[in-house]
Design a protein around this ligand. Structure first.
Ligand SMILES: Cc1ncc(COP(=O)(O)O)c(C=O)c1O
Length: 366
């Protein structure tokens, strides 16, 4: 982690009743995703004219809110997602956390919210992970998922940027996404609903984007698909991303193509990492638009040899069958491809400390 001192000191009020070690071990045996939380959380308040204040590490627990709290009415809320990984020597590593800090600041700017200074964001993570270090799982591919978020707390029903905000950081142990081996997902090309339009909030990680996506995800499930693939809002033709993950396409077994960042996609940190990792492994990379017609034709002709999605939660996930309004097709034989699995392993090895971190991506905590 950075050595620059944050401007605000954290008041440490650890829990007097942390979960007993035996119970914690039981919970960590099968953590699943997003249901179990650690002993502590970090909160920090902001007020216009005062800046950030009252940074506290305290027991995890409910937050009391006035019913008129602005975020509950107008959705001025942003969040991040990153993971802490147990290292072979027992220490803990965070993967490119400064990138989450910067994306959080960009999301804040788009939602007319104050930025959390990068040092303060990183310090909040360090303080929580240090206190809840025993909650970082040791099992291969398990991790501690960290969820920083911030929302408007003005008790006011007028529509304007709030003058007060609450930043909060919670942590949740996460099991391997594919406990029984990597399985390709099937996807639904959504032409009826759009995730983001030019000038909208697509590149911000704000709550409203996810609320608006739920109906399309439900539609995908009705069609028997695991995930929805978002297309551009104007022509419903250009592939953007898949659920909460970015997409990659492999051509001829050696060239990776990923949709360009047009302002309507979330700039994934895993997407960015894979561009570098792929080059390290000797693959060619292209960042450009790709249409659903190209996807279908290239998959059918065999020019496209693999497709996969990537993101913090599931790392790298192969995409098998693709269904849309005008039929369905499968990428290659529908099985996880060689390039997909190579990149997946290369990324996991760096995150879990099994490979040399030549790009300085891993930030050690203890
Ligand atoms: C909509 C969306 N796209 C892509 C991603 C992947 O981003 P990252 O690799 O930073 O986890 C996420 C997850 O944060 C997401 O919610």
């Amino acid at each position: 982690m950075s050595t620059t001192a944050p401007a605000l000191a954290f008041d440490l009020r650890p829990s007097a009743t942390p979960v007993a070690p035996e119970r914690r071990a039981e919970l960590l045996a099968e953590p699943g995703f997003g249901r179990i939380f650690t002993d502590h959380m970090v909160t920090m308040r902001y007020a216009e004219g005062r800046g950030w204040y009252e940074a506290v590490l305290q027991p995890y627990g409910p937050i009391s809110l006035d019913p008129s709290t602005s975020a509950l009415h107008y959705g001025q809320e942003i969040f991040e997602g990153l993971k802490a990984y147990r290292q072979p020597d027992g220490g803990i590593g965070l993967f490119r956390p400064e990138q989450n800090a910067r994306r959080f600041a960009r999301s804040a700017a788009r939602l007319a919210m104050p930025a959390v200074p990068e040092e303060l964001f990183l310090e909040s993570i360090r303080v929580l992970v240090e206190h809840d270090r025993d909650w970082v799982p040791s099992k291969a591919e398990d991790s501690l998922y960290l969820r920083p978020f911030m929302f408007a707390t003005d008790p006011y029903l007028g529509v304007r940027p709030s003058l007060e905000y609450l930043y909060c950081l919670i942590a949740s142990p996460a099991g391997a996404y594919f406990p029984r081996g990597v399985q390709p997902v099937s996807v639904w090309l959504s032409t009826e609903y759009t995730r983001a339009a030019p000038g909208g909030t697509g590149e911000a990680k704000c709550a409203g984007n996810y609320a608006a996506s739920l109906i399309a995800q439900a539609q995908a499930a009705e069609r028997g698909c695991d995930q929805v693939v978002w297309l551009d809002a104007v022509e419903h033709r250009w592939v953007e991303e898949m659920g909460g993950m970015n997409l990659y396409f492999v051509y001829g077994g050696d060239t990776l193509v990923t949709p360009e960042l047009t302002g309507t996609l979330l700039p994934g940190i895993t997407r960015d990492t894979i561009l570098t990792l792929a080059a390290d492994l000797g693959y060619k990379t292209e960042v450009r638009r790709i249409s659903t017609d190209e996807w279908r034709e290239a998959a059918t002709s065999g020019a496209m040899t693999e497709a996969f999605a990537c993101g913090t939660a599931a790392v790298v996930t192969p995409v098998g069958t693709v269904q849309g309004a005008d039929g369905q097709f499968t990428v290659a034989d529908g099985e996880p491809g060689e390039v997909t699995m190579k990149l997946r392993q290369a990324l996991l090895d760096i995150q879990h400390g099994h490979a040399r971190d030549t790009h300085g991506w891993l930030h050690r905590i203890g």
